[in-house]
Design a protein around this ligand. Structure first.
Ligand code: URP
Ligand code: ZN
Ligand code: ZN
Ligand code: ZN
Length: 472
């Protein structure tokens, strides 16, 4: 059905203006003043911003990790994402050494098919590079539409890859047109520090952070950037947590190396003291890299403002406190790493960023959507508001005040990392390819309506699907 979104303020990465939006066949067919169209349903956005749907480039849904499986799957996770203003996610597909990459991709298609309520793509983890991997990579990119690879520099003996693997992945990505993503922490040194802490009887959650100091993230970030320069390739550093790593990215960029950096809401608003909460509650705040000393937060905000970091992802990786986080009672190294955030990314960045004057409204759109679309081969089909592109839209009330709580969130976990945090602004209505997913803060979407998106090669655009009736 045709729709017209009326009276809203459209915000893109570069512009803010008043206009109506006509939606036909799932795409934006016209932007203009006082639009009317016979048979179109009118959606009033008076007093609201209309943003391009958020794109979350960093999620782990139904992922086996830390001796358990993340609680939110492609159904609960994408519903929560939509409530939070996100209309596309890119999830990490984990591969296993010695097995065809195709198997891993099939597993991820199986767990997502028929479940997602918004569109999604995959990144693919590369754990080793050999002849069969090199043979498969062109197919992964050109047939599967998976144009970004993830290399873990940490999680020794589990996911960690060596520098040879990282370097060869960078070379292949350059040749084939893909973006290499790294989890940048020195896994070997962490492994030593963790064993030492446990030997000395230091088992509480805080030791998770103390055995992963910022230097270890800074070192790995600089190493990955150096290898990227040597390979003349392109790198995206996920979940930058501290000033040290942000500075390493800025230095590499100043030297002409193509390095992009992502941070996450948790590093912008939470700090290391949370890991010291009594009764093992600190386990709720165990991420890798860990939460840092508070002064790092303003440095990360500054890096976003100045463009030294370019994106915010959620790193959604949710575990219940009961039964999952509790696996690490008496041994911090067994606490599953990660937290529930997919629903809160957009609102926290708006409230703490835009409302508090740390970033502009247009930067907010760039950081949560447009830049991500450009880096990951989704632009311009997704990531902006223009004639011909997918009608993935968020009608956002910038003035409503609310409190984040596990009692009201839609993620499938028993706690919120941001419990009690007051935020200003909330998505009211969310559309995916022109269909309501959230309407007046109620879920009205269809489980399984989300489509897998084959993404364009790095540096290339994803052409919008043809819009049938553009009436100008
Ligand atoms: O603690 C984290 N970040 N968990 C998710 C997995 C990862 O390293 O991104
Ligand atoms: Zn090319
Ligand atoms: Zn990671
Ligand atoms: Zn992650």
């Amino acid at each position: 059905m045709k729709k017209i979104i009326k009276n809203g303020t459209i915000v893109t990465a570069t512009e803010t203006y008043q206009a109506d939006i006509l939606i036909e066949n799932g795409v934006i067919s016209l932007l203009g003043q006082n639009l009317t169209e016979q048979g179109a349903e009118v959606v009033d956005a008076n007093g609201c911003y209309v943003f391009p749907g958020g794109i979350d480039p960093h999620t782990h849904l139904e992922m086996p990790f830390g001796g358990t499986v993340t609680k939110d799957d492609f159904e609960t996770g994408t519903i929560a994402a939509a409530f939070g203003g996100t209309t596309t996610i890119i999830d990490f597909c984990l591969s296993t050494k010695g097995e065809p990459l195709k198997n891993a991709i099939d597993v991820w298609h199986k767990k997502s098919k028929g479940k997602a309520v918004i569109d999604y793509g995959f990144h693919l983890m590369i754990g080793e590079v050999n002849e069969s991997v090199l043979n498969e990579l062109p197919l992964v990119i050109n047939e599967e539409g998976i144009t970004s690879f993830k290399v873990f520099m940490a999680y020794k003996n589990v996911l960690q890859a060596d520098d040879d693997t990282l370097f060869q992945t960078l070379l292949a990505a350059k040749e084939l047109g893909a973006l290499v993503m790294v989890h940048a922490e020195n896994g070997d040194v962490i492994d030593y520090l963790v064993k030492k802490a446990l030997r000395e009887g230091n088992t509480d959650p805080i030791y998770h952070a103390l055995t992963r100091p910022p230097e270890i993230e800074g070192e790995a970030t600089a190493r990955a950037a150096t290898l990227t320069g040597l390979a003349n390739s392109q790198l995206y550093v996920v979940h930058v947590s501290c000033a040290d790593a942000a500075r390493k990215i800025a230095e590499a960029r100043a030297n002409g190396v193509e390095v992009w950096g992502e941070t996450c809401p948790q590093y912008l608003v939470l700090d290391i003291s949370y890991l010291e909460k009594p009764n093992f509650e600190g386990a709720k705040y165990v991420w890798s890299p860990p939460l840092r000393e508070k002064w790092n937060q303003e440095e990360l905000w500054k890096a976003l403002k100045t463009g030294q970091l370019q994106t915010v992802g959620s790193d959604q990786c949710s575990f219940d406190f009961k039964g999952q986080k509790e696996l690490g009672r008496g041994d911090f190294s067994k606490i599953p790493n990660g937290g529930p955030i997919i629903e809160d990314r957009f609102s926290i960045l708006f409230s703490e960023g835009v409302k508090k004057g740390r970033i502009s409204l247009n930067q907010f759109v760039d950081i949560t959507s447009t830049r991500i679309a450009k880096l990951f081969g989704l632009y311009p089909r997704k990531g902006t508001i223009a004639v011909g592109v997918d009608a993935d839209l968020v009608i956002f009330d910038p003035n409503v005040e609310r409190t984040i709580s596990a009692k009201t969130h839609h993620m499938a976990v028993d706690y919120s990392a941001f419990e009690g945090m007051e935020v200003t602004g909330e998505p009211v209505t969310v559309l995916s390819r022109g269909e309501f997913v959230i309407r007046d803060k109620q879920f009205v979407g269809t489980v399984g309506a989300g489509q897998f998106v084959k993404r364009a090669n790095y540096g290339h655009s994803l052409e919008p699907k043809e819009s049938k009736s553009v009436t100008l």
